[in-house]
Design a protein around this ligand. Structure first.
Ligand SMILES: NC(=O)c1ccc[n+]([C@@H]2O[C@H](COP(=O)([O-])OP(=O)(O)OC[C@H]3O[C@@H](n4cnc5c(N)ncnc54)[C@H](OP(=O)(O)O)[C@@H]3O)[C@@H](O)[C@H]2O)c1
Length: 280
């Protein structure tokens, strides 16, 4: 899919480095076809040594070098980087933003020209090539652009395509923020194991591996979670006793509330971002 297309990554922090690793390890890109930038020369040197990619501290040079540009700087400096590179952007380039909470409308109002824009919301699991990412397209993005963006982010996990841009807030509330919820669940389960006499190390391992195994089972069997839950719940057994307690504690409602709160917060931050982008 990516063939020999050149990809520039603007801002090579956690996400940028995860993408470089994913693209090269999956064989989707060759190191010489990836250009990455950062403000920190020591970081670029380390990335160059590890992956053999082309590096530069000059964002304009990177923009000029490639037809696919991935903006992976922190949301708060997106405006300055977009403004810096804007004169060099045109419809010949595919522009992908992964900045959390920055809606495409904010980017459009900042750049003030017709461009092929794509927004992707990955999550932190990109660093272990298990990200859950959603891809949404701007007005001028083509079908092939969505396929390219998906091919890039499939190299660090799995992607879905969102027809509606506004649903990116729900994605941020669910899979974007989701790893934090699961870390809390794993930590709480480990606490429970310790309370019941296991060592911290044993409890943490069992807890994390249980989450991993349950997720793998869901993905591989494609069975509904309720069906799998029924399969492991024997009459009068231990699982149903535990499940009853979770229902009494309102786990289901608490999780729904958490995703709802994070979705609204993402929307709120996005609105602030649009205001700032148009004021700057
Ligand atoms: N990490 C996640 O789990 C995650 C999930 C979803 C979306 N995202 C989004 O992905 C983007 C990157 O996140 P991250 O965690 O990879 O952040 P990060 O580690 O801070 O990476 C951003 C990099 O860009 C560099 N930078 C700063 N100013 C620059 C400039 N003018 N030109 C080029 N590079 C510049 C930063 O250097 P300094 O550190 O020296 O400033 C840093 O190395 C963010 O917009 C974030 O919202 C991240």
């Amino acid at each position: 899919m990516l063939n020999d297309k050149r990809i520039s990554i603007i801002g090579t922090g956690n996400m940028g480095a995860a993408l470089i690793s994913g693209l090269i390890c999956s064989g989707s890109s060759k190191p010489e076809h990836i250009v990455c930038t950062d403000v920190r020369e020591d970081r670029l040197e380390a990335i160059q040594k590890e992956f053999g990619v082309v590096t530069t501290t000059d964002n304009l040079e990177a923009v000029e070098a490639s037809e696919i540009l991935i903006y992976a700087v922190k949301p708060q400096i997106m405006t300055s980087v977009l403004k810096e590179t804007a004169p060099h952007l045109d419809l010949s380039k595919l522009i992908i933003s992964i900045a959390a909470g920055v809606p495409l409308t904010a980017i459009e109002s900042c750049l003030q020209k017709d461009l092929r824009l794509i927004r992707v919301m990955p999550n932190i699991a990109a660093s272990v090539k298990e990200a859950a990412s959603a891809v949404a397209a701007g007005k001028h993005a083509r079908k092939e652009d969505v396929q390219l963006a998906r091919a890039i982010f499939d190299s660090v996990g799995k992607t879905i395509f969102l027809k509606e841009n506004y649903l990116m807030d729900a994605v941020t509330g669910l899979s974007g923020s989701g790893p934090a919820y699961i870390f809390l669940v794993v930590d709480a389960l480990a606490d429970a194991g310790v309370k019941m006499g296991l060592s911290r190390q044993e409890a943490l391992f069992l807890s994390a591996q249980t989450v991993l195994g349950a997720a793998k089972l869901l993905m591989e069997t494609k069975e509904h979670p309720a069906q799998l839950k029924d399969r492991v719940t024997s009459p009068g057994g231990t699982a149903i006793a535990g499940l009853h307690t979770l229902e009494k504690g309102g786990l289901r409602t608490t999780l729904i509330n958490a995703v709802e709160a994070a979705t609204y917060r993402s929307k709120e931050l996005g609105e602030m971002m649009i205001k700032n982008f148009s004021e700057e």
